[in-house]
Design a protein around this ligand. Structure first.
Ligand code: DON
Length: 306
């Protein structure tokens, strides 16, 4: 991919950022500058090109749901994880509770919505909460290729103090037998993953590893098993953009995952890992500028898998 092309994508995306606003239900996110927009693209040789505000740090939020799923599958295997969560899209908002209490088996629909990700996170193992946190951090560092990746504790605290809806979700699942053990500890782990601080480059490496069938384009090392990659990419296509996943498949057509911190990762399979950042969100919680840049690149380079 050429530098000029991502610069054009950026110019295109910038036209739309004024139509949204940063997430405010996590108070710490509300003060982010909505005019920021950046992009990084990593090819299968590990070369990275960037444009715009690509050095800005932001919290991964729901993009970490993909990492939590990869770690949980590695630790527990498919049967165990999918005894707690399904694989079907909901068409509902990411934090919706409406389907949680009248489901077959009471399972949340998929690992990309809050309820499903919380259920997945509850299976992440370790002798203590500290060990479980270390396992999550080590996994995120491995998948981004960034040994210095850390947590934005202000975002973490802000969400811990105000995450009443996620509390309601986990306690409902606890009463329905989906969640076992200490709910507050599971939530702490979930909020910690959401508060992982990254930039576009970190996430472009992660997306490129998924695009490269689980092999790091930087080191050539296998980081994710092929079966896990296939599953994760398929869930990203069907559920990764929440209740915009259908239209996103039609307009962009790449396995992708968004977060309310403003990030989106996207995989052009066998070609590129793409990460965008723009904290101005639409009413579904997806970055407006990010969506527009991805649409532009998909159209101009024929990146849709469909
Ligand atoms: O649990 C939450 O609501 C946030 N920590 C993550 C939600 C999110 O990123 C949804 N994304 N579009």
């Amino acid at each position: 991919m050429k530098q000029e092309l991502i610069q054009c994508a950026l110019t295109h995306g910038r036209r739309f950022v004024r139509y949204g606003k940063p997430a405010s239900y996590i108070p710490e996110l509300a003060s982010k500058d909505p005019s920021k927009l950046g992009i990084a693209v990593c090819d299968m040789e590990g070369n990275v090109i960037t444009a715009g505000d690509c050095k800005e740090k932001f919290s991964m939020q729901s993009i970490s749901k993909v990492m939590a799923l990869i770690l949980a599958l590695e630790q527990n295997g498919f049967d165990n994880v999918f005894s707690k969560v399904g694989m079907e899209p909901t068409g509902d908002a990411f934090n919706s509770m409406v389907r949680l209490d009248h489901l077959i088996n009471n399972k949340p629909f998929n690992p990309m919505i809050n309820a499903g990700a919380i259920a997945v996170t509850s299976t992440i193992r370790g002798a203590t909460l500290e060990e479980r946190k270390e396992a999550c951090l080590a996994c995120a560092r491995k998948l981004t290729g960034n040994p210095d990746l850390g947590v934005d504790y202000e975002v973490f605290l802000s969400e811990s103090e105000t995450g009443f809806r996620n509390r309601a979700i986990i306690y409902l699942m606890r009463s329905n037998g989906i969640i076992e053990g200490n709910c507050e500890e599971h939530l702490e782990l979930y909020f910690l993953m959401c508060a992982l601080a990254c930039n576009c480059r970190d996430l472009a490496f992660f997306a490129a590893t998924l695009a490269n069938n689980g092999v790091s384009p930087m080191t050539g090392e296998r980081l994710i098993q092929p079966r896990v990659v296939r599953l994760v990419r398929s869930l990203m296509v069907t559920c990764g953009m929440y209740d915009y996943s259908g239209e996103f498949a039609a307009t962009v057509g790449m396995p992708s995952k968004s977060g309310v911190g403003g990030g989106i990762i996207s995989c052009a399979i066998g070609k590129y890992g793409i990460a965008t950042y723009g904290p101005s969100l639409d009413d579904k919680g997806n970055s407006i500028g990010g969506l527009k840049m991805l649409e532009y690149l998909s159209d101009n380079m024929g990146l849709s898998i469909f």
